[in-house]
Design a protein around this ligand. Structure first.
Ligand code: MGD
Ligand code: MGD
Ligand code: SF4
Ligand code: MO
Length: 697
């Protein structure tokens, strides 16, 4: 037996970043353990990373390219698989133009810039991601309001953290790791939580605001009202660095606490107490989460939270919400080559006229793509390449997604498994997991680091996504790709003066942090100030001032639905072992959560004769699914909380039970109910009913 090698690398079983030491022997992964020297994870790892070996060597993992012939998947060579995709794409481009091809991914992943490079060089403006309702919407709102994304500065020692719609100890999302938040609290930071569920953090908070799901923008307006009325804001910051103060102030004054209490269900004394505590404790940061982005209030809720940060002088202050300085490496835009997309192609972007902020950050709300496939409006989408996404499970209105992807003329996917989405395709390309790749990890994040992801093992014929895009691009005749991955990584690192061969040994690079950069440089907005009155929105014809709009399905906007659907359904609270639709086939992880759980208040359950552990039907105006009931009083009796991401790899193909427990069978994607700037759907809040069902039903 060869000696055991210990290789340092970086995880990406979620948004990534944690430091890993992989034990490898004879080219085979034995186990992983946490890297105590990682500045991101400080010696911690979660269940998903610890189970990576079960994913890497899973018997159902697809490790060679596949092509569908007469309805059956057959193994083919890489060359044949890539030629099939390229041949079809060339045909479509010749007959219908490159815009008839849609390239897609899901949540933020490290290959995003390569995917965009491929799409831009192909000449298609039609890229779908999850960004219309997750994270990129936050970046978009930040760009037009204050020029960059304000991120919690935990290492800067906040005296207060307001955790707003977030559960970082379980989700470790985007820039953040839950461990840093927990450490800040252990070191004495005060804690305010805003969440319809009284979760772990809420139970330990100084103040917990249990709001009605989806009403965050109204709550923020209420808190701003208190801060303005009681002169708790930073007057110097406001007079020097805020654009549109007077108009913003007037808008906020339209939201007194009695009105806000009626909308949010949070008692006015609590709103006032939270506003005072947040405004008076310095420095304070807001740890924001994704639920605020998954309604028609997406952009405005983001803008209002930035308003709170700005008014209290916490923007770019140590321990507040800061703009981290990136390490000296190339930017995502450098690699993505957005400039390569011709203007006349950009103008053909689906939905660009409706969702102007989404168009600015180069993405399309997926509903426009489903319509282009099924109705040919405004033109037909004929070909798709989806990498690392399972839209049949993860996008609103799953039945419509399933129908569109069944109808599209050509679909190729890149994944590890044949998911319900991949099953609908004609070509499957096997991707390599993070432990099988060399990369500059965390490249897309705004936390001031990049980390070295070192290849530890090779599995079958799997290739890392970056290389697949490079190979496809070259076969398409795109000549702006590198010779190989090493040359690509050298290019990305070039401004640092490092080669990949040096960086991989170093482990990470950190940008040189500087606070209050605005004092000398202003904010990167058209006026150079924080635009609480947004001049970009004014130009685009949107309301320049943020507001709250009632959720399209609710006791207030659709009272007629309440008899049939008397409860508010919140969907998608994450659990540690799964990442959206992933990991249902990983034994250690599925053992922890074998079945989907929906939370129901005991009083509500009693009314329906439902007991803990019963299967229940959850229905909405669009369909019904079943999940197991968990009775808990952490939520309001009028609210039900269902998990998302459920399909059953063990069930029959091609659907693998995509319609059994998948909460997106219930969600709505009607464009009439969008957040206009981003095209965010109301994924997170709708109305529902519940009913006990029996085991065999
Ligand atoms: N109702 C409801 N729906 C939701 C949400 C919610 O809260 N409620 N949350 C939404 C949010 S925020 C998001 S971001 C989306 C996410 O939506 P998606 O990104 O579509 O979801 P995932 O299940 O993470 O990704 C799907 C596939 O990626 C594969 N994969 C993982 N890593 C890699 C890789 O490195 N390379 C390749 N090629 N494949 C990989 C996995 O095997 C999996 O099959 O879901 C959204 N859907
Ligand atoms: N284990 C695991 N980690 C993940 C993911 C995963 O699927 N699994 N997904 C990743 C992705 S793509 C994302 S976007 C992040 C999301 O990360 P988070 O934003 O932390 O995650 P969630 O669990 O979606 O929601 C956080 C909290 O918001 C509460 N909430 C629900 N609705 C509302 C509302 O209307 N208002 C308020 N104020 N609170 C609400 C929920 O009860 C929950 O406690 O997690 C990432 N990390
Ligand atoms: S939190 Fe994410 S990056 Fe960290 S170990 Fe877990 S899956 Fe990996
Ligand atoms: Mo997300």
């Amino acid at each position: 037996m060869a000696e055991i090698q210990k290789i340092r690398t970086a995880c990406r079983s979620c948004h990534g970043g944690c430091g890993v030491i992989a034990h490898v022997q004879d080219g085979r992964l034995l186990k992983v353990e946490p890297d105590p020297d990682s500045p991101i994870s400080e010696g911690t790892l979660c269940s998903k990373a610890l189970a990576i070996k079960q994913l890497v060597y899973h018997p159902k993992r697809v490790t060679s390219p596949l092509k569908k012939l007469q309805g059956r998947w057959v193994k083919v060579s890489w060359d044949e698989a890539l030629e099939t995709v390229v041949g079809k794409f060339k045909e479509i481009i010749e007959q219908s133009g490159p815009e008839a091809i849609c390239i897609g991914q899901g949540t933020g992943r490290d290959y995003e810039s390569f995917l965009y490079r491929f799409a831009n060089l192909l000449g298609t403006p039609n890229v779908i991601t999850a960004g219309h309702m997750c994270y990129v919407s936050r970046i978009g709102a930040s760009l037009v309001t204050c020029g960059n994304l304000p991120v919690c500065d935990y290492d800067g020692k906040p005296a207060l953290v307001m955790v707003w719609a977030n559960n970082a100890p379980w989700t470790n999302p985007d820039e953040y790791k839950g461990t840093k938040l927990i450490k800040a609290i252990q070191q004495g930071a005060k804690l305010i939580t805003v969440d319809p569920r009284r979760v772990y953090l809420a139970q330990r908070a100084d103040l917990h605001l249990q709001l009605r799901p989806g009403t965050d923008a109204a709550l923020a307006l209420g808190m701003l009202h208190v801060i303005i009325q009681e002169n708790l804001y930073d007057q110097e910051f406001v007079s020097n660095f805020v654009h549109g103060w007077e108009l913003f102030r007037q808008r906020v004054l339209e939201w007194p606490l009695d009105k806000v209490e009626g909308i949010t269900w949070v008692p006015r004394q609590k709103i006032a107490a939270a506003a005072r505590m947040y405004a008076r404790t310095k420095p304070a940061c807001i740890q924001w989460g994704v639920p605020i982005e998954q309604t028609l209030n997406c952009t405005d809720a983001n803008r209002l939270l930035i308003g709170l940060m700005a008014l209290t002088g916490n923007l770019d202050m140590q321990g507040g919400n800061v703009f981290f300085v990136p390490p000296r490496v190339r930017t995502v835009s450098d690699v993505a080559l957005h400039k390569a997309l011709p203007k006349e192609q950009r103008e053909k972007m689906l939905g660009a006229r409706q969702n102007k902020l989404a168009a600015r950050v180069a993405l399309v709300s997926p509903k426009h793509v489903w319509d282009a496939i099924t109705k040919g409006e405004p033109y037909k989408i004929r070909g798709m390449l989806l990498c690392g996404t399972n839209p049949v499970i993860t996008r609103a209105n799953s039945r419509e997604v399933y129908k569109a992807l069944s109808q599209v003329e050509f679909l190729a996917t890149i994944d590890f498994f044949l998911t319900p989405t991949a099953e609908l395709g004609q070509v499957f390309l096997p991707g390599a997991t993070w432990i099988e790749q060399d990369y500059v990890g965390d490249f897309w994040k705004r936390h001031g680091y990049v980390v070295a992801r070192n290849k530890c093992v090779t599995v079958g014929e799997c290739k890392q996504d970056h290389e697949i895009f490079m190979l496809l691009g070259k076969k398409m005749g795109q000549n702006q790709w590198w010779k190989n991955m090493e040359e690509a990584l050298d290019y990305m690192l070039e401004p640092s003066g490092l080669k990949w061969s040096q960086f991989k040994e170093m482990g990470y690079l950190k940008g040189e942090m500087e606070y209050r950069k605005y004092a000398s440089k202003g904010f990167s907005t058209p006026t150079g100030k924080v635009e609480l009155y947004c001049t970009t929105f004014e130009k685009w014809g949107y309301d320049p001032l943020p507001t709250y709009r009632e959720i399209p399905e609710s006791p207030y906007s659709t009272p007629e639905l309440m008899e049939k659907y008397p409860y508010i359904l919140t969907t998608g609270q994450r659990i540690p072992v799964f990442f959206h639709s992933a990991n249902r086939q990983i034994p250690w992880l599925r053992e922890i959560r074998p079945e989907p759980i929906c939370e129901i208040h005991p009083e509500t359950a009693a009314r329906h004769g439902i007991q803990n552990g019963d299967w229940v039907w959850i229905s909405s105006p669009r369909g019904k699914i079943k999940q197991r009931a968990k009775l808990t009083d952490i939520l309001d009796p009028k609210v039900v909380a269902a998990e998302h991401g459920w399909w059953y790899p063990e069930m029959e193909e091609p659907g693998h039970g995509f319609d059994v427990s998948n909460v997106n069978i219930l969600t709505d994607n009607d464009p009439a109910h969008y957040d206009k700037p981003m095209g965010a759907t109301n994924l997170r809040v709708l109305v529902c009913n519940i009913q006990k069902c029996s085991e065999g039903e």
